[in-house]
Design a binder for this molecule. Sequence first.
Ligand code: SAM
Length: 295
Amino acid sequence: MVETARADATVVRARRNRTSDMGKDKLRKFRENETFRCMIQPATSEVLDCDHPLKGKWGSDFFGNDKPIVLELGCGKGDYTIDLAERNPSCNYIGVDIKGARLWKGAKYAEEHGLGNVAFLRTRIEFIESLFAPGEVAEIWITFADPQIGREKKRLTAPLFMNRYRNFLKSGGIVHLKTDSRYLHEYSRAMAEQNGLEILASAVDIYGADRERLYESGLSSLCGRDAVDALFEVQTFYESQYLAQGFPITYLSFVADHEGDYLSPEWDEDRWKDENHHFVIPSGLPVASKFYPGQ
Ligand SMILES: C[S@@+](CC[C@H](N)C(=O)[O-])C[C@H]1O[C@@H](n2cnc3c(N)ncnc32)[C@H](O)[C@@H]1O
């Protein structure tokens, strides 16, 4: 009995130490984040119902050039931000996430490798309109976002968010969505179709898709072969975990141009209720009649 109690106490102590080590590591990263030039951490008072000083001035005041700006929303450790920035020095890349300890990894890399075309923005995506001016952003990447099942208002490709993005995307601006969630993929495609958006590429299993056909797609003609290559060659932190579990990875891109507010697609939540959202298409869901490269 005494032995068991002692063993239990040891486990609790070890757990507590691990937790406090994790806490210390986060604090160290937060402190280091303060020293990174590429890391912007707006106070709530700078973005809540007001414009941040960098809004409309990322080119002139931060990057010092007028190259196109590409965002990665919910970037986590910034895997796409970093990789795309290294592949394509002719664009500026900004990774956006609320979690400082995750952003630290990408920011540290950008600092150590002198990547002048990278910034990380620690903020809630809900504040994004306070940070970018009309026409300031050319493309958005959404990588492995939470599908927010049953919570459309929190979904990053829902009309609520699309209406925000529209306020700062250039005409012809592009949204890329890479996700393990078939639910999020199908919802986003339905949203694009509902609003008559031009779909550039769509694949329900990107690693099984034909790269040559994607080179011939609208994605390649608008974003270059590099964007296609990045789909196959860059794996985010979350993506590698989903791949290890055998989940197919989906991809969708579309041109966001739209007159007026975006509308929600017809979307039957109940159909998905009992399914594994990673890869099952609920029975009875109409199969898209159009052909999309890579499908
Ligand atoms: C599932 S993770 C994916 C991270 C990364 N893209 C990857 O693939 O490894 C989702 C990320 O989105 C961020 N996120 C979710 N909602 C957010 C919001 N409203 N504002 C800012 N970041 C958010 C989370 O902090 C998290 O890092």
